[in-house]
Every structure is written in C-alpha cells, then in structure tokens.
Design a protein around this ligand. Sequence first.
Ligand code: FE2
Length: 181
Amino acid sequence: MQRVGAFAAMIAEAMGCPPEYCEILYKAAQMHDIGKIGIHESVLRKSGPLTSDEWRLMREHPRIGASILAGSEAPVLQLAAEVSMAHHEHFSGAGYPQGLVGELIPLSGRIVALADFFDTLSIDRCYRKAHHDAQILEMIRERRGQQFDPRVVDAFFSIVDRLFQAREAINAAEEVADMTE
Ligand SMILES: [Fe+2]
C-alpha cells in the first residue's frame, strides 16, 4: 500500500500537480483496494483463474471501497473514495466498474491505475510469480493510450529510475520492520 501511495504521489508530481494534491494522493492511493474487505477470502486467495461468478464479485471492490469511504468531510477520504471507484478504469473505456473513457476518469484514478499495475507485477502473487522489470516496463509501454493515460505513462517513464529506487527503499524498510517484529 505504501509503495502504491509513493508511486502515485511521485507520478502526480512529475505531471506537475500541486504539492498539496500529491501529498493527499500519497495517503488516498494507499486505500485504493479497501473494498477488498468486502470480498470473500476464498476469491482473494485463489491460486487458479477466477470463474465468471468470482470475477463478478471481484469487480465489485471499487464500488464497495467507494461506499465505505464516501460521505467524509476530510479531503483525503474524499480523494480515496474517488481513487477506489476509478482505479480499474481503462483509458480506452474497457475497464470497470463504470467503463469510463479517457479524461472522464478522474486523474487520481488514472494515476493510481498505473502505480498499482507497476506494483502488482513487481511482487509474487498466489497465482503467479513476479515479472522481471524489463518485462514490466514493456507491458506498460504496450498499454500506453489503451489501459493507461499516455500522459501518465510519459510521466512514469520520466522518473522511472526514481520509482525503482523508491520501491527498493520501501522494500528494504519493510524487511527491517519484519526483522524487528
Ligand atoms: Fe483494485
């Protein structure tokens, strides 16, 4: 979660977003998958491919998260609700839950979509091993203008070395925390 927050804030900064926005996006992005608490463990931890019924459940997590976070006065929670709702939309319109196209998707969602994709592919999952970095960058390049906003992808590549450094730093800090626990 911390990695996704950091990547999102760094991409927003590279896009020229104001510092106050980057700061709340750092926190809001960390809550993007909060709606998964409404999804049964057997679906979340499944090692094989999901059935169409399981997919239907899984695709509810953006709405569940947004409804958990909705109605707050706090700007960070308002942004978190927006992020939760929009982080699986695709720039092409092929995403979910609303199938929004292009700039109709809130900027926060377009940024977190890429931050989350980058992070998810970097780690081992119960259903597959982590991808190699070169492969991840290739997959992001291929999805420019399709799954992802081209401006967000360009900002990502403009700071790609710093993103890798941030990933290593957060992982190292996590290892230290694990050892001291
Ligand atoms: Fe998600």
